[in-house]
Design a protein. Structure first.
Lengths: 146, 395
């Protein structure tokens, strides 16, 4: 298994690592049993633009690289644009992922969606019709996705 | 930047002295050992001399008990499948092994289960050591073979082979051990330790890849492995890997000649590193500290994942290994770490370092510094670590 240079770049020097103290939305997906957890923080201004996005990730090289790439892809975008982010776009931006690591990009997409969902909830808007259902990943007996 | 190879349990560098011994058999004495002319005869002689040396180095009664194979996995497959299938005719359809064997043994057992064998997997407890009394309790009338590895490839724990061998002898059950990791690191004597079959490989002890052997005690005959020729007493056909065989014997000789001194030096350095790494909070050593291979270190660091640790160590010139799911190529972390009772989330954060005699104190201190730095870095970005610390605060 070999990572692309882009993946290694985003793993070695991850962009947007950290937390946002007064975040407008926080999303966490994955679980420790399966070996990856991603936590996303977004700051959104009044016009619906994501002015800042940060992440924290427990996981492999691809998990760190995909979450970092996802933050750079939605930063400066509107909430509506961010909703359209797909795992495929994350993968393409990283010049591809080994097949066994595709699930990391899926997790990154879900993490962004979870943060957006939290953003709507905080605004008193039901997120489900907009973002879709966010899977809960904190069951002990769950099967890990590959 | 430093360049430290600390993955000798995966494979080792070929010693120059070993290569020198092999070279003639790759260049001038290239004859087929089965041929009549001189370079064939010389090759044959080299193979038989190597066989004698290996037999004597493992304490075998006769060189005819050593059969060359392509390495550890082949030897394990042959020993267990060959014995099980030969003994099935006598109504023996039960196999005893352990939960933390190498996949060459475990997957062989899974395959035999499909052929109707029943497999008992023994516990290895928290310290990663099989209890001989468990072996005795598991033996039944229909037990064909007991297979317990000599030393574990991930956590390096050395098993009570002599005691297990005695029990098997007493109950007249065949005893096989995979000694791939142990050879050249701990004293092995098939007679004294009551071993009936012993799997060996050359590339873990600075020999070439693609050559190994299976010791089979005289008096027992497993199923033939490869039909097609008289090589290896008709049990494994195929033109001998002459240079490999010569290299294997030389590598084993060097390993055994230097064993005592090497063990002392390498284990002291390894202990120095264990002590340093145990200072990292929420770290733990996996497997018994005393009963382990001199060059093996296996630790877990909570809140981080093994592959990212390895990648960052590699960026610092350190070659290591991990039992995380991401590096095991499956969904679950290492079966060895799960067998010693580690929860998945902790097993994901494992690191295996395995040293050879070229390791220095400076290397050890450099590794300690880089591991500490990397663990801190990864924890700082880990939501799992954040949750662990949060739980601590609330407690």
């Amino acid at each position: 298994m070999a990572y692309s240079e882009k993946v290694m770049d985003y793993f070695s020097n991850p962009r947007n690592v950290g937390e946002i103290k007064d975040a407008d939305g926080i999303g966490e997906v994955g679980n420790s049993r399966c070996g990856d957890i991603m936590k996303m923080y977004i700051k959104v201004d009044d016009s619906g633009v994501i002015t800042d996005c940060k992440f924290k990730t427990f996981g492999c090289g691809a998990a760190i690289a995909t979450s970092s790439m996802a933050t750079t892809l939605i930063k400066g975008k509107t909430v509506d644009e961010a909703l359209k982010l797909t795992n495929k776009a994350v993968m393409e931006a990283l010049d591809g992922l080994p097949p066994v690591k595709v699930h990391c990009s899926v997790l990154a997409e879900e993490a962004i969606k979870a943060a957006l969902s939290d953003y709507y909830t905080r605004k008193g808007i039901d997120p489900e019709p907009i973002v879709g259902k966010i899977e809960s990943h904190d069951h002990e007996d769950l099967a890990c996705d590959l | 930047m430093r360049n430290i190879y600390a993955d000798n349990a995966a494979t080792t560098a070929l010693y120059k002295e070993v290569l020198d011994k092999m070279m003639p058999y790759l260049t001038t004495v290239y004859g087929n050992p089965s041929s009549l002319y001189r370079i064939g005869g010389e090759a044959k002689e080299a193979v038989e001399t190597a066989r004698e040396r290996i037999a004597s180095l493992i304490g075998a009664k006769s060189p005819s008990e050593v059969y060359f194979t392509s390495g550890g996995s082949e030897s394990d497959n042959w020993a267990i499948k060959g014995a099980a299938r030969a003994l099935k005719k006598k109504g023996k359809t039960h196999i005893i092994t352990t939960k933390f064997e190498h996949h060459a043994v475990l997957h062989t057992c899974h395959a035999l289960k499909k052929e109707g064998f029943e497999i008992t997997y023994l516990d290895v407890y928290e310290n990663g050591i099989v209890r001989p009394e468990d072996v005795e309790r598991a033996i039944r009338e229909d037990t064909a073979i007991v297979s317990v590895m000599y030393a574990n490839n991930e956590i390096g724990t050395v098993q009570p082979i002599k005691e297990i061998g005695e029990i098997c002898r007493r109950h007249k059950v065949l005893f096989h051990t995979d000694a791939v990791q142990a050879m050249g690191n701990v004293p092995i004597n098939v007679e004294e330790q009551n071993i009936d079959m012993l799997s060996m490989t050359a590339h873990k002890l600075h020999g070439p890849k693609g050559i190994g052997a299976l010791y089979i005690r005289k008096g027992f005959r497993p199923q033939i492995l490869i039909d097609g020729g008289a090589q290896e007493r008709g049990m494994r056909a195929g033109t001998e890997n002459v240079a490999g065989i010569v290299g294997f014997a030389e590598a084993l000789r060097i390993a055994i000649d230097t064993m005592d001194e090497r063990r002392e030096r390498v284990s002291a350095l390894r202990d120095r590193l264990i002590d340093k790494l145990l200072l990292i909070e929420r770290s733990r050593l996996n497997g018994d500290r005393e009963q382990r291979l001199p060059g093996n270190l296996n630790m877990c660091f909570e809140g981080i994942e093994g592959e990212s640790l390895l990648l960052r160590l590699d960026m610092n010139g350190i070659c290591a290994s991990s039992g995380s799911a991401c590096t095991s190529g499956s969904l679950d972390p290492s079966h060895v770490l799960l067998a010693i009772g580690l929860p998945h989330e902790i097993a994901h954060g494992s690191l295996r370092l395995s040293f050879s005699d070229d390791i220095t104190e400076e290397d050890i201190d450099y590794i300690a510094e880089k591991v500490d730095e990397t663990v801190k870095y990864l924890r700082a970005m880990s939501p799992l670590w954040e949750a662990i610390k949060e739980k601590e605060r609330r407690a």
